[in-house]
Every structure is written in C-alpha cells, then in structure tokens.
Write a new protein. Structure first.
Length: 372
C-alpha cells in the first residue's frame, strides 16, 4: 500500500522530534511531484535562530555513496577493476599479502578486514586518543588539526585486522574509504574531492553540495551540538571543525533537497550504469559503528519493513551533526532528514547507550516519511 504525503502528519512528526529533545532538525519528503519540506526547533540555542529546510549541513558518511559512485564510474571506464587487489594500485599503503587479498569491492562494502582508525573503536590508535576512554577532550583538541589521509590509513592498516579479507560479517571502517579516495587520485590524476565533484556532484546538478575547503560551513547553516553520551553538558557547538579527520569518507556538506536529488538520480541510473547500480545493491552483512549488523552493498544499504517497499540510501554522523537519506527502489518516494545534535543517549553502567525519547520520535518520523 503506497500512501501519498500527508503534510499535517509530517509536521506533527518532525515537531515531536524537537519536543523529545532535539534542538533542531529539517527534512524533505518527496513522492513523485509532491514535495513536503519542514523544519522544527532552532539552529542556534543561544540566539533562538530557527532552522529552515534549505540549510546546508554536514552529512557525514552519506559521502560514502558519492565516493562509491565515483569509483564505479572509473570501473565502467576500465581504469579500476572492481575485483582487482588494492595492492596493485596502492602497494605502499596496503603492502604484502593483504594488498594481494583485499579487492576494491571489499573496500567499498567493508569486508576488507581493515580496522577503523578512530580509537573510539580501537584504543591503540592515535587520531583521537581520549575517545578510547569515552572522554570528549580529543574533540576539542583536534578542532583545527590537519590530518593527512595516508597518516590515518596507516593507523588503520597497521592496527590488528578485524576480519579476513572478504569474510562476513564485514566491519564498517573509514579506513576503507580513505583508501578508495587514494585510489581515485591514483587513476584520475586529480584529488578525490575534485573527481567526485566533477563526476558526481556536478553531473547530478547539485548546487548546494561541496567538500569543505576549511573548517567552516559556507552558506546558511545550523550550529551543530555534540553531547557525547551526556558527558558534554550542555552539548557543545562543533560547527567549526577541520574535517580532514575523515576527508572524502565523510566530510561532505549538502542540503536535504540535494541529497534527495542525488539518490533519485542514482537509483534511476543517471549517475552510474544499470549494471553498476546492480552491483551497488548486492549486499553482505556488515557490523556498523553502532555494533549492529546491517546489510550493506557498495555504498548503499537497504531499509525494509514487513509488507512495505524497500528503500535504499545511507546515513551519516559527524561531531554534532547527523543525516539520513532513503529513496524507494523506483526513485519516486524519498526522505532526507538532518539533525543538529549527536550522541544524545547517556550510557548505562555497562557502557551501552540508554533509550532516549528522541530515538522513538525519529523512528516515527522516518516511518511516516517513507511509508505514510
């Protein structure tokens, strides 16, 4: 049963998320020619400036879908082999047996076995050391730190492996996508940011989507607030931040309208070929950064509800900001939601996030937006 957009229902659902404790959020829902845009709450808790649905926003790992699409375009052109070992392209970054065993596909779908370089997952790593003790001090210390991608890749590659190459479930890792960005640079002779901008962002006609050139978000945007599981109280603004700690794996700035346009064009074969899109939809089990096992393809993952259509898309978080974009397989029904606070759940005595009213309110908004 496919339901049309109900603006009043969506207005109420987005307001409920704000009332549950989210400072501000904004969204766009599309169904064919019908479009709803909404916003609730504030973009700045100090001034009370309201959020608006056209604001630019850090969209985190949604960037990975853009990166995957750019890689698959190079596969189509013959410059990259999807099942070619990464060691043939980047032998210095992934040397020896692992370079021979890990393929490009394994990087895109997180089955490489390479560890995450962020130490919130692996305490031996050094990019954000205080996070190993679930403390927020490193977030402040590294606000303006400039990381080089090969430095971060080395942390992930030299850390203990989290699985055998090609083994499942895979483990979600930013190391994989920083390597893909180095691969793009190797085969195109330009930076990954320029390659993705030229071949994906501009090809899709996205006017408000870009990689940051400095620590600021250009254009109208919300402040973004990190709570770090209640340890930063009140939540602190991290809207000014050097995003080199994730680079083209998760640094993109976009709008909810641009996200919907991108995923609509991607899923209707306008960004990559139909055969590449079919590869993107081939999923394997992957353990997410939240510790949940999800089905993950090549930069896409599905959302399925009993008796409902399948949606494809990606979510993303950075310090203070989050976003989720999901599009029905036919490209017609779409949802993109952006929120301006992260890690609102406090931890229990065992270190597990406790339920929060925001969780249920967001789930309800997603359900209404996708299924009516």
């Amino acid at each position: 049963m496919r339901n049309p957009i109900d603006p009043a229902e969506l207005d109420a659902a987005i307001e409920n998320v704000h009332r549950a404790g989210m400072p501000g959020l904004f969204a766009e829902v599309r169904d064919g020619d019908q479009v709803w845009r909404g916003a609730a709450g504030v973009a700045d808790v100090a001034t009370g400036r309201p959020v608006t649905a056209d604001m630019r926003h850090r969209v985190g790992s949604i960037t990975k879908t853009f990166t995957a699409a750019a890689v698959l375009q190079q596969v189509e052109s013959g410059l990259i082999g999807l099942d070619t070992p990464i060691g043939r392209y980047l032998p210095r970054l992934v040397p020896g047996e692992r370079g021979d065993a890990i393929t490009v596909r394994m990087l895109i779908n997180h089955t490489s076995g390479l560890a995450e370089y962020l130490p919130c997952a692996y305490p031996s790593l050094k990019a954000f050391p205080a996070l190993a003790d679930t403390g927020p001090q490193s977030l402040d210390d590294n606000r303006l730190t400039r990381f080089h991608p090969t430095e971060l890749i080395e942390m992930g590659v030299t850390a203990p492996a989290v699985g055998a190459p090609g083994g499942t479930p895979g483990v979600y890792s930013n190391t994989n996508y920083l390597l893909l960005c180095e691969l793009l640079e190797q085969v195109t002779g330009t930076t990954a940011e320029r390659c993705i901008t030229r071949n994906v962002i501009e090809r899709a006609g996205l006017r408000d989507t870009e990689f940051p050139t400095g620590p600021d978000v250009s254009g109208p945007h919300s402040q973004i607030y990190e709570a770090w599981f209640g340890m930063i109280d009140p939540p602190r603004d991290y809207s000014v931040y050097d995003m080199s700690w994730v680079g083209p794996a998760a640094s993109l700035i976009s709008t909810v309208a641009d996200l919907n346009r991108f995923f609509r064009l991607l899923l209707t074969g306008e960004i990559v070929s139909p055969s590449s899109l079919a590869q993107m939809r081939r999923t394997v089990p992957v353990v997410s950064q939240e510790g949940k096992t999800i089905e993950y393809g090549l930069g896409l993952h599905p959302v399925e509800a009993p008796g409902q259509d399948t949606f494809w898309g990606h979510g993303g978080t950075v310090w203070g900001a989050g976003a989720l974009a999901m599009t029905r397989a036919d490209g017609k029904r779409q949802m993109a939601v952006a929120v301006n606070q992260q890690r609102w759940n406090r931890l229990d005595s065992s270190g597990q996030p406790q339920p929060h009213p925001i969780d249920a309110a967001l789930a309800s908004l997603y359900r209404v937006a996708m299924y009516g």
